[in-house]
Design a protein around this ligand. Structure first.
Ligand code: F0G
Length: 348
């Protein structure tokens, strides 16, 4: 029998949410920590690489961890509608959990800059999808004010209940590995996830990993120390110029003796293809950013892989962004239904 029934059921006493609220859950969490020996041999020689495959959450991204707690808490406090700004994944997740709770949900997304699978999810779950002619950062400013002026709960990661769910990923990593990894590598956008992992590791004990955060070069405010007014990257999930949890991310990086760096879109896509082709793990481009950051850090000598355990968090599923997978790949070969023709095109 499957005994897993979601994060709240598993960890409730360690989560700062109402202890009596009825959980709104899609049985999120409990995602695999996959060994990645082939990719590991290439990128962290002498070390070990594991992938925390968060794309296997119910709506296809790590956002479900924070959404089960945020929606549970909002419903418990009497809210019947929620709102968020999103580059796509938060929108799909909020829409699904709101549907599960029977709440209404509005999501603000940057017009034309969200991957197809995320838009499809938000629409399918019945959210009110509003496309704004602006960036995620504009959207976040708008929903913060809207939630102050109207009776609607904000479920972006500025909501503390979000981090409560997301921090459980740190505990799962340690449980699955049997120890704390030396390095935890992940993409950084609005900086909720890096803050949540650090909170989780810190609450669990003395031993903590070093954090390696990676931002896309065209949207790297934490790396450069400057707000980016017009962030640009094909990794649209992290196309963010003014992260809400910027200060908290810097603190986590500092306390962990970690580091944060920028990687180009080409480096992101190189990591994205290597994950799929060497390990059979298909994540969305933004999710490969942590791996790209690790590759760059090892190549430039700022991280020595020898004898170290690395966990890269793959935040979202590859099917979220089918266009990125198809673009740039060789198109399928079209043939008639003839075996001779088939044998003539096979590459053996
Ligand atoms: N990876 C993916 C796939 C994401 O969707 C996000 C953020 C991140 C990484 C970065 O995480 O913001 O906590 O630093 N997506 C948000 C959204 C912004 O609206 O879905 P972060």
């Amino acid at each position: 029998m499957n005994t897993w029934s979601g994060l709240i059921d598993r960890y409730r006493s360690r989560l700062e949410i109402s202890q009596t609220a009825e959980a709104v859950t899609l049985f999120e969490g409990n995602t695999p920590l996959l060994p990645a020996p082939r990719l590991g041999a290439e990128i962290v020689p002498g070390g070990k690489l594991f992938l925390k495959y968060e794309g296997l959450n119910p709506t296809g991204s790590f956002k479900d961890r924070g959404m089960t707690t945020a929606i549970t808490q909002a419903y418990h406090e009497g809210s019947r509608s929620v709102i968020c700004a999103s580059t796509g994944n938060t929108a799909a997740s909020a829409a699904a959990y709101a549907a599960r709770a029977g709440m209404s949900c509005a999501v603000l997304v940057p017009d034309g800059k969200i991957a197809l699978g995320k838009l499809a999810g938000a629409l399918a779950y019945g959210a009110h999808v509003i496309a704004i002619q602006g960036t995620f950062d504009d959207g976040l400013r708008m929903v913060r004010e809207a939630a102050e002026r109207a009776p609607i709960a904000l479920v972006n990661s500025v909501n503390p209940a979000r981090l409560q769910g997301q921090k459980t990923a740190a505990w799962e990593v340690t449980e699955q590995l049997g120890e704390v990894p030396d390095w935890l590598c992940l993409p950084v956008g609005n900086a909720g996830n890096i803050s949540a992992y650090w909170l989780g590791f810190t609450e669990a004990g003395e031993e903590r990993p070093r954090l390696l955060g990676a931002q896309a070069a065209g949207a790297a405010p934490i790396v450069t120390g400057k707000v980016v007014e017009q962030p640009e990257t094909k990794a649209t999930a992290i196309r963010i110029g003014n992260p809400a949890r910027w200060g908290q991310a810097l603190e986590a990086l500092d306390q962990s003796n970690g580091h944060i760096l920028a990687v180009t879109d080409d480096e992101i896509f190189d990591a994205y293809h290597r994950l799929a082709r060497l390990e059979g793990v298909f994540c969305e481009p933004s999710s490969a950013t942590g791996v790209a950051g690790l590759i760059k850090s090892v190549t430039t000598g700022s991280v020595d892989p020898e004898g170290k355990i690395f966990v890269c968090v793959l935040t979202g599923h590859g099917l979220k962004d089918p266009d990125s997978a198809v673009e740039g790949a060789a198109p399928p070969i079209s043939i008639s239904p003839s075996v001779d023709e088939l044998l003539s095109v096979l590459k053996l």
